[in-house]
Ligand binder design. Structure first.
Ligand SMILES: NC(=O)C1=CN([C@@H]2O[C@H](COP(=O)(O)OP(=O)(O)OC[C@H]3O[C@@H](n4cnc5c(N)ncnc54)[C@H](OP(=O)(O)O)[C@@H]3O)[C@@H](O)[C@H]2O)C=CC1
Ligand SMILES: Nc1nc(O)c(N)c(N[C@@H]2O[C@H](COP(=O)(O)O)[C@@H](O)[C@H]2O)n1
Length: 318
């Protein structure tokens, strides 16, 4: 049975634009040389009403509807890199490519309910919109693909040539991953598999920190070091998708200033106890009192299908 095409009204793309980095560096004339400037960081994920990402660790869970999924793939078309932690790579066997069609279909004569919804919110209900389409049936793709980055300090992800991201890279429908690890000598067969498809291991030797909830055998890379390594590859923007540990550590007081933009899909569902939750470590001030960890400002709300997309910037904590 043919899968349904996913549609993103261009008015929604327009509303996302202020929350996005400059166009990806594959655009002609863009400087893709390594630099000491950090990449533009977009934190983006889909959450339930109880702040859950999935039904449990190791469980792939669909939260986004077709329209908000199209929005996520638009984001993939607008970033140089896409990052997940190894927990997500193992749980989801993700593709991490962009499946937006290169060609937009003809203009719709009457707006869809989503288009009308967004338009009404803007007072622009009469604007006819071009559409962006993901056609998962024939796998039509855009010209720009983000580079998958997997943070896997101990090399727990046992990827093979049959992993989804590798199959897509082989088919020319995505890029092979860069895997950030602390293992000094990764296995040769994995190295070859990656290299054949244009991926690689990035070995970080920098000292690792011990996070608040992290044991001594689970040392963590400093996010500044991760982002510097990404920028050193000429990648100027990165969307960080998850999972729970990655998001919670980025939203912590220590790291949230590294985030340039936050784009969250909120699905109208509760996943319940035992899920993987977004809930960063609490702020405890010098006098022992508690305060909010982070707050968004410069907010845009956008209904897409049954979901609500929330965009914003991390507010300054001064
Ligand atoms: N709804 C959504 O939008 C999304 C949902 N998900 C879901 O999230 C779940 C996975 O989340 P979770 O289990 O928390 O796993 P994560 O994907 O967050 O991966 C966590 C692991 O990544 C490594 N890691 C992360 N940050 C660092 C760092 N700074 N330095 C070194 N290593 C690091 C660690 O590996 P190690 O343990 O080896 O040290 C850590 O245990 C899955 O169920 C997935 O489906 C994922 C993405 C998006
Ligand atoms: N936006 C969004 N909505 C959901 O409902 C999700 N479960 C996710 N998960 C993220 O997308 C990755 C899967 O990507 P592919 O479709 O395989 O390319 C998954 O690994 C999560 O990062 N995202």
């Amino acid at each position: 049975m043919a899968e349904q095409s996913l549609v993103l009204p261009s008015i929604a793309a327009m509303r996302l634009e202020p929350h996005l980095p400059p166009s990806p560096s594959t655009s002609p004339g863009k400087d893709i040389s390594p630099s000491s400037e950090p990449p533009f960081v977009t934190l983006t994920f889909a959450t339930s009403l109880d702040s859950a990402l999935s039904l449990g660790p190791g469980m792939r869970t669909t939260l986004s509807g077709l329209r908000s999924k199209a929005m996520t793939h638009y984001l993939r078309s607008r970033h140089d890199a896409i990052c997940v932690g190894v927990g997500t790579a193992i749980a989801d066997d993700p593709g991490l490519n962009c499946r937006l069609a290169a060609e937009a279909p003809p203009l719709e004569t009457s707006p869809t309910s989503d288009t009308a919804g967004v338009g009404a919110l803007l007072g622009l209900a009469s604007i006819s919109t071009k559409q962006s389409v993901i056609d998962e049936t024939n796998g039509t793709v855009t010209t720009h693909q983000p580079r998958p980055i997997v943070i896997d300090p101990k090399l727990r992800w046992d990827f093979t040539s049959e992993s989804k991201v590798m199959k897509l890279a082989r088919a020319g429908k995505g890029l092979a991953p860069y895997i950030i690890t602390a293992v000094p000598n990764p296995p040769e067969d994995k190295k070859e598999l990656l290299q054949d498809l244009g991926g690689k291991f990035i070995i970080l030797n920098e000292p690792q920190s011990f996070g608040p909830n992290v044991g001594s055998d689970n040392r963590r890379f400093d996010w500044r070091t991760i982002l510097a390594a990404v920028r050193n590859e000429g990648l100027q923007s990165i969307m960080i998708e998850g999972g729970g540990e990655v998001i919670n550590s980025l939203l912590s007081q220590e790291n949230s200033h590294l985030i340039d933009s936050v784009i969250i899909t909120i699905a109208p569902t509760w996943l319940g106890q035992g899920s993987v939750f977004v809930s960063p470590p609490r702020n405890v001030n010098a006098n022992g009192s508690s305060s909010a960890v982070a707050r968004l400002t410069n907010i845009t709300y956008m209904p897409l299908g049954e979901d609500l997309v929330l965009c914003g910037n991390i507010a300054s904590q001064d």
